[in-house]
Design a protein around this ligand. Sequence first.
Ligand SMILES: [Zn+2]
Length: 492
Amino acid sequence: MRSLTRAEARERSSLVTVMSYAAELDLDRGAEVFGSRGTIHFACASPGADSWVDLRAREIESITLNGVRLDPATVVGGRLPLPGLEEDNELIVVATMAYSHDGQGLHRATDPADGQDYVYGHLFLDAAPSVFVCFDQPDLKAPYDLRVRTPHDWTVIGNGAATRTGPGEWALATTKPLATYFVTVCAGPYVSVRDEHDGIPLGLHARASLRGPLERHAAEMFQITKRSFDYFHGLFAIRYPFGEYHQVFVPEFNAGAMENPGCVTIRDQYLFRGAATRDELLGRANTIAHEMSHMWFGDLVTMRWWDDLWLNESFAEYMSHRCLVAATDYTDAWVDSSIVRKVWGYGAERSPSTHPVAGVDALDAQSALQNFDGISYAKGAAVLRQLIAYVGDGPFITGVRAYLAEHSYGNGTLAEFLGAIEAASGVDLEAWAAGWLLTAGRDTISVDLDEHNGVIGSAVVIRQTPAQHPADRPHAFDVAGYTDGAEGRGPP
Ligand SMILES: [Zn+2]
């Protein structure tokens, strides 16, 4: 299966505009496969041109483009050629898809506690075509209409509010424009705890055998959720745009959590069965705030291409800690950032595979994950803190708000993000970005005290930059001092 290249994505998004997606998923066909009927309405900027759509089916029953049947045998390597496009097009694909068991695509798991099956979608980074036919790239967004058929005792949760329309039949509300990798459906005999905050319906869900831990932890998780909503509403000055907000604790999850708009999936190890340490609770609260910050930065405004994935994660890593300190009882979250998260970044920085935070080409979608490590999350977040120290918090937030407002329901790039910060602060960031984002390595900062007879004459900050990664990084920081108890005396 060939990974989509950046050049192919650029060419396709210049040609294709997706108007809407509709998908009917039949999850009542046993444990191996599900039915998928996908309809795409899309425009073509150059009628007569050819393109292709992504499709990874077990079996294809039929393909219809603008009323004309296409031969399923033309699908090669997960790509269905679309010959001779019109200005407005309708593609309908009826197919049988396979459930996954590696956490990518529509994952199906059996709970060993009671033998019940659970399904959830995890389409990051390029698994969407294994669930429905689509133009699978982050800058071709469109609204989704999903209908789901399930066994009668199942519950369905997804990006749009789910309504049971009949026995085992569910309709999900039309979503705002979403990137393909944000679409999810969670289905199974999930148990739920519901609440509401500031007009936003809230849900927490888990498999039935975890009902006890779910109910025990619900109050704490709802409190973090509500405070985070209040905080981000104030900070970003844009109301949460995706309707209901569900957090689904799913089994066999291959990551920490995923920021699907309106339906965050979280590994169910976070529903601690026994006593949990404060550190574990902080980690979960951090994940809740991290995923929520993505609703704005990531979901409402999405990277144009995968080479900006680091910015998505650095931003969320930074914002989650900021939110915990400002709005929750975890006021020491920056300590966690410094002694747990940043160590991860330092470790990656010291290894031979170190790389700049940004500017590493992701020539195809899969290669975006090769450099995805502690530098992408922890160092990136630390660099954003340095940026804030450099331009000031007020201008930084003004720039973030402008960036989010300008690119809502669309896409943005690192250059556009930095441009918004430059416009808000009046600070030229070209040299800053070259030193901090485009050069690997870290400076060593030390303070040299000029001390005579117990009196500090002056303090000189010394900066050493690694020879193998030369950079001229501007630093903005405070220097504080302390003594061993004796009265300290600074320079007159
Ligand atoms: Zn994230």
